[in-house]
Design a protein around this ligand. Structure first.
Ligand code: 13P
Length: 248
């Protein structure tokens, strides 16, 4: 089955609302594509203006995080229903920065994935190893553990519709991209893990992105790999280069 490529920008903690609107205008024509899904995952405060700014374009909007509870006394958190109502379609869950700086563990992330589906959002579930884990040779064991824990109780049909992003932590924001072979090897391993947990059809349908220092120069080779269905792009999603990555 031919999977449609998906290229998502993760803006992280960048862009004030007015800067966000200006960036959408700057990128509007550059990110046009009939063959690739384009998503901007933006800070919570930018969601409403960005949804407005990309109306009538091919760009879809994602959030960078959400909380798993329905509503109530969770000061500072944002619910799946709020995101959905604001026009968000995707939500990044379990980015390594959230796992590391905000101590989000797999049990919590599993609840977030389930809640995202319940609200009709598409999760972009992130996984990835540290440099230490890679050097110890436990990369795939670690990632399999993350995937199995984060997807506990999630159905095959749900997994078919979601996105998994493989982001080696040592490649994020460092300019050190994984080699094409390293990226493909792990993305293939993730697909095999999904096949074991579910079935071949589910593994065949789930879209797996690579993330970590993706840029206009390396996107084409990475995205040409059989198990890499696009990218989750940090730094390069904030500039005109993002258009080149979309139209790799
Ligand atoms: P960079 O593209 O800046 O390395 O960030 C990758 C990332 O973390 C995307 O989620």
């Amino acid at each position: 089955m031919a999977r449609r490529k998906i290229v998502a920008g993760n803006w992280k903690m960048n862009m004030t609302p007015s800067q966000a609107v200006a960036l959408c205008a700057e990128l509007k024509d550059l990110v046009k594509s009939d063959s690739v899904d384009v998503v901007y995952c933006v800070p919570a405060i930018d969601i409403v203006p960005v949804v407005e700014a990309v109306k009538g374009t091919n760009v879809k909007v994602g959030a960078e995080n959400m909380y798993f509870e329905e509503k109530g006394a969770y000061t500072g958190e944002i619910s799946a229903a709020m995101l959905k109502d604001a026009g968000v379609e995707f939500v990044i869950i379990g980015h390594s920065e959230r796992r590391d700086y905000f101590k989000e563990d797999d049990a919590l992330l599993n609840k977030k994935v389930a809640k995202a589906f319940e609200a009709g959002l598409t999760p972009i579930l992130c996984c990835g190893e540290t440099l230490e884990q890679r050097e110890m040779g436990v990369t795939m064991d670690w990632i399999r553990l993350q995937i199995k824990s984060d997807l506990a109780g999630i159905t095959a049909d749900q997994v078919k519709s979601m996105v998994i992003a493989y982001e080696p932590i040592w490649a994020i924001g460092t300019g050190k991209t994984a080699t094409t072979e390293q990226a493909e090897e792990v993305c293939k391993g993730i697909r095999e893990c999904i096949a074991e947990m579910y079935d071949a059809a589910t593994a065949d349908a789930v879209r797996i992105q690579y993330g970590g220092s993706v840029n206009a120069g390396n996107a084409a080779e990475l995205f040409a790999q059989p198990d890499i269905d696009g990218g989750l792009v940090g730094g390069a999603s904030l500039k005109a280069d993002f258009g080149k990555i979309v139209n790799y």
